[in-house]
Design a protein around this ligand. Structure first.
Ligand code: 0O2
Length: 213
């Protein structure tokens, strides 16, 4: 097994385990017939090429050592999507209460959005992974955002890839106004939250009645 494969392996395990645990939170809300603050969860291990690019950009030695994992905090990345902005505080508080991970940093890019227009709440956690060689504590990043924030970030990320981070002025301005539109969409949805949730509860009752488990 190559050194890189050995290095990445606990990050893979962390992503797999955390995906199950975070999805479990969503299922538990379902069992309690409560509106879930979690819409869906995704996770990925950063591809080696992206680890290389980011370590180069940050001046961190590209070596399969603990130092790289501590400096690049998103090798293991989880994303939690919520319907409403208020759900983000609910989910981050649930994560703070957990005993299976330790929060080492939080980045509030919602109150203070990035100059690009990016909005999200980031929680950097230490997560212990049990391996045949003992316990390895890895750093993982959990990004919590609304569907609207996620839509914007996905589009911006693809364009960023296309333009290699140097956007033409026109695109930059359009992305900034799209970020403002996404912000307004979140505000509008929050203002009719109770209406939406009543409708969703009604439809899930109908679904359950027509499809009993
Ligand atoms: P990918 O491809 O998603 O993995 P820092 O030293 O803290 O300033 P760092 O470690 O980059 O810098 O942390 P930061 O800024 O919190 O960003 C980590 C991740 O957040 C990014 O990972 C993106 O996933 C997301 N992100 C941050 N800023 C932006 C942005 O302006 N647009 C989009 N679309 N996503 C953003 P990567 O490695 O950049 O990318």
């Amino acid at each position: 097994m190559g050194q890189w494969e050995i290095f990445i392996s606990p990050y893979k395990q962390a992503v797999d385990e955390l995906k199950i645990k975070l999805k479990g939170m969503r299922s538990q809300f379902g069992i309690m017939s409560a509106n879930s603050p979690i819409e869906f969860v995704t996770g990925r291990v950063k591809p080696l090429a992206s680890i290389y690019d980011k370590s180069l950009a940050k001046g961190i030695p590209f070596e399969p050592t603990a130092n790289l994992g501590n400096e690049l905090q998103d090798i293991a990345g989880l994303r939690i999507m919520c319907q409403f902005v208020d759900d983000i505080a609910t989910v981050s508080e649930l994560i703070r209460q957990r005993n299976d991970m330790k929060i080492i940093e939080e980045k509030d890019y919602i109150t203070y959005s990035k100059p690009s227009g990016y909005r999200s709440h980031h929680m950097i956690v230490e997560y212990p992974v049990e391996t045949i060689q003992g316990c390895i504590v890895v750093v993982a990043e959990i990004q919590i955002r609304t569907l609207s924030m996620n839509f914007w970030a996905s589009i911006e990320h693809s364009l960023n890839y296309k333009y290699k981070g140097v956007f033409p002025e026109e695109i930059k301005n359009r992305l900034q106004s799209a970020a403002e539109a996404a912000f307004r969409l979140d505000e509008e949805m929050s203002s009719i939250r109770s209406e939406i949730q009543e409708a969703q509860a009604y439809f899930s009752e109908i679904k359950e009645a027509t499809n009993p488990a």
